[in-house]
Design a protein around this ligand. Structure first.
Ligand SMILES: Nc1ncnc2c1ncn2[C@@H]1O[C@H](COP(=O)(O)OP(=O)(O)OP(=O)(O)O)[C@@H](O)[C@H]1O
Length: 261
């Protein structure tokens, strides 16, 4: 008997070109291929403009690939999908809605069962430490708290996949470190498949099972680095020689191919 295992996500030969307003053709992605297993945490690092955001948008079905395809659970992505959670660099919360009402937004838009949604929203707000802020408005929260609301909102409809595009890029260094730990807690609690784009090599290594390292534009996969570090992880891990070796290896890959930024 042949047992075939199916990747949760298969990115297969994905290329994407854009035509700029001046009529120039820009190749953003060139034959990107990798698989992501169910429940796996995969980070993506690469130089600015190498197509990381473009890749996430293609996976979410927000824009089409010029060539190649993406399969989620074996099904080709053919348009915007409701079974994906997306966290952006800015939390983009609706200022006139409370924290709880912001988290409930996908439940309303997708017309899901309200009672289930409310239960899940309450659980998620508890996990991200914001139960006491459910009835507050976004402007009453710090940047880190707002981003935690964004994460809770991205998970409320129980998506099969969480896409995160530089979610901590706008936060100060200390809040960013704290949020990295929070994200590990959330991931341990919900075990979603995560694709996480970052400019920070240390953040990528700390969080991930594997780090997809991309080249400068046109973005190609330089190497998919498996991070064989034990879990659960805490910040002390960053001071270990093993951690440093992964960071150095990925930095060398990026430097050899055009630098990180
Ligand atoms: N809608 C568009 N029209 C034309 N060019 C685009 C469009 N979207 C992206 N590009 C170009 O494609 C390339 C990849 O952009 P993308 O935003 O995906 O890169 P990135 O790796 O996410 O960058 P950063 O790390 O700076 O956020 C860039 O050169 C960008 O200018």
């Amino acid at each position: 008997m042949t047992v075939t295992t199916q990747a949760a996500i298969r990115i297969d030969g994905v290329s994407r070109t854009f035509v700029s307003k001046r009529g120039e053709t820009v190749q953003a992605l060139d034959h990107i291929s990798f698989d992501v297993d169910e429940g796996e945490f995969v980070s993506i690092v690469g130089p600015s403009g190498c197509g990381k955001s473009t890749l996430l948008k293609i996976i979410a079905g927000l824009i089409p690939a010029s060539a190649g395809h993406v399969l989620i659970g074996g099904q080709p992505v053919a348009g915007p999908r409701s079974d994906i959670g997306f966290v952006f660099q800015q939390p983009v919360l609706l200022p006139w809605r409370t924290v709880k009402a912001n988290v409930m937004l996908p439940v309303e838009v997708l017309k899901l069962d309200r009672r289930d949604g409310e239960r899940r929203a309450a659980d998620l707000l508890e996990t991200v430490g914001l139960s006491n802020f459910a009835n507050h408005y976004p402007m009453e929260l710090s940047g880190g708290m707002q981003q935690r609301v964004g994460i809770a909102r991205a998970l409320v409809h129980d998506p099969v996949l969480l896409l995160m595009d530089e979610p901590f890029g706008a936060l100060d260094a200390m809040t960013r470190e704290h949020m990295t730990l929070e994200l590990l807690n959330i991931w341990s609690a919900y075990r979603k498949t995560v694709l996480f784009v970052t400019h920070s090599i240390a953040e990528a290594v700390f969080l991930a099972d594997r780090v997809v390292t991309m080249t400068a534009r046109p973005g190609r996969v330089a190497e998919v680095v498996t991070i064989d570090l034990p879990r659960p992880r805490d910040l002390a891990l960053m001071n270990t020689p093993e951690f440093g070796r992964y960071v150095s290896h990925i930095r060398a890959l990026l430097n050899a191919r055009g630098g990180l930024d």
